[in-house]
Design a protein around this ligand. Structure first.
Ligand SMILES: [Fe+2]
Length: 486
């Protein structure tokens, strides 16, 4: 019976990709992801931002009323985060559980959910690059260029996050709930309208560039689960208050504040921009929103739209064909229950004991390729259930994990220092794939003044283009020009 089912499923055509479900924030995010908006799109983005700003305007803020107190305020917050993290580490060393992630699937769910935000990392500062000849904005431009890795591919935060998603099997994330797109959309809307929202950009930056406790805990727990935490540990070091982005964020505010009676109105708008950080889905709310079984059912519902036509009537469970089970999304939970009752799924033990799991994985699996890596992790962890709990503890004792954590950090520094980092112009002779790089190099030859070169380079630093080969080259050249302008 099982063998018949395997044969029939194996003969079925590959499933079609599911259509994405788009909400309003995602629709605007996608539109702004293509590059500089036209007047109509810019008006939509401005309307979106104005509504968001109204939403936060009357909310309480912890920012001090006086700009001169900002440095001390940020220092106090950083100290508090340091103390809370020390408490967390002490609890973990005493054998306490992970605070955030209950399983590897949970961590991958988080990585996917923040993808829309992380793939536009730094975008809110893009509009400042046109003001490269005004030293008041250099702290903000320096932050932006550091987000872009100064044009070095392995240090470009967007490229790094893309790699992390791919390495974790989370390359597809277009089915996220709409609130996951709110932060990224705010960032893209600010990117293309800096002339209109300068105080808000400075305030947003001030909030974004402070080191939060959740970043430290996330990095620690991803490492525990065997997921590369480098993207997160990197931000721990660059957001520091002594010399990093947090310090530059305060410098930027101080330099941009107008004198006299305009100062108060400007500062009020800075606070509104700061409060924009609280909108949409945040780290902790995303982590709390995870429900393994609900996520499994959601995935199966999406698969069922195409899967209901893919199985033969020979595939029967509890008197119904698989196509009949999949014909109605509401039946999915009952279908899962019947798969357990009839021995296809044996929960709370090694998933390899379940015939259903064997349909999904392995070279000759009948449904190989139907589920992507993230979806397989969800299925795996749900089947493993209680037997999979404590995954985090399977990676050795705490002293062993601590040693590995330090070693991996050192190894990575060595790697970054010693690696032949491929820059965009190394690939200038790579044929059609690098034609835009060659075109940029050729176009720059005729640009004799710094202003001409910067005007040509700046559009390539946009959120849509900076992680491309020509964008990386442009970033590197822009960065060098800016340094030599001092
Ligand atoms: Fe970043």
């Amino acid at each position: 019976m099982l063998k018949d089912a395997l044969e029939v499923v194996r003969l079925s055509p590959a499933p079609m990709p599911e259509a994405p479900l788009q909400g309003p924030a995602q629709a605007l995010y996608d539109a702004l992801s293509h590059g500089a908006p036209n007047a109509g799109l810019l008006a939509r983005a401005r309307n979106f931002l104005n509504v968001r700003l109204q939403e936060v305007h009357d909310r309480p803020s912890d920012m001090p009323d006086d700009l001169r107190e900002c440095a001390a305020w940020m220092e106090g917050k950083a100290m508090r985060v340091g103390r809370l993290y020390a408490d967390y580490l002490a609890a973990r060393r005493r054998g306490g559980p992970c605070r955030y992630f209950t399983s590897r699937a949970h961590a991958l769910y988080f990585l996917r959910s923040i993808a829309p935000t992380k793939l536009v990392d730094g975008a809110w500062l893009y509009g400042l690059v046109d003001h490269w000849d005004d030293t008041r904005f250099h702290p903000l431009i320096r932050i932006y260029l550091e987000e872009l890795g100064d044009g070095v591919p392995d240090r470009n935060h967007v490229a790094m996050y893309r790699k992390l998603l791919a390495a974790s099997g989370c390359g597809r994330w277009d089915d996220l709930e709409d609130d996951r797109y709110v932060q990224g959309t705010i960032q893209l809307a600010l990117a293309y309208d800096s002339e209109h929202y300068l105080p808000e950009i400075i305030g947003f930056n001030l909030g974004y560039e402070q080191l939060p406790l959740h970043l430290l805990i996330t990095a620690y727990e991803l490492d525990d689960l065997g997921i590369d935490p480098y993207y997160f540990t990197l931000h721990v070091t660059i957001d520091n208050l002594a010399t990093g982005h947090a310090r530059k964020a305060i410098d930027a505010l101080r330099l941009a504040m107008p004198a006299g009676s305009d100062a108060q109105a400007f500062y009020r708008r800075v606070i509104d921009g700061y409060l924009l950080n609280d909108l949409g889905a945040g780290t902790e709310s995303i982590i709390r929103a995870f429900d393994l079984e609900r996520e499994l059912v959601r995935i199966l519902r999406r698969k069922s739209v195409f899967g209901r036509h893919m199985h033969s009537d020979y595939c029967r469970v509890a008197g119904k064909s698989v196509n009949e089970w999949l014909a109605d999304e509401a039946l999915i939970p009952e279908f899962l229950a019947q798969l357990q009752r009839h021995g296809w799924i044996r929960r709370h033990r090694d998933p390899n004991d379940s015939p259903f799991w064997k349909l999904l994985v392995g070279d000759r699996a009948a449904m190989f390729g139907v589920f992507d890596e993230y979806e397989l992790q969800i299925v795996h962890d749900w089947i493993a259930g209680d037997a999979g709990r404590g995954d985090a503890d399977r990676f050795g004792s705490e002293p062993e994990r601590e040693t590995r954590r330090r070693m991996s950090f050192r190894a990575r520094q060595t790697l970054l220092g010693g690696e032949e980092t491929r820059t965009a112009d190394d690939a200038a002779d790579a044929g059609d794939f690098d034609a835009p790089v060659r075109a940029l190099q050729a176009a720059l030859v005729g640009r004799r003044t710094r202003r001409e070169r910067m005007t040509m380079l700046a559009p390539l630093l946009s959120p849509a283009r900076h992680a491309s080969p020509e964008g990386l080259l442009a970033t590197r050249l822009f960065s060098e020009e800016l340094r030599s302008s001092y």
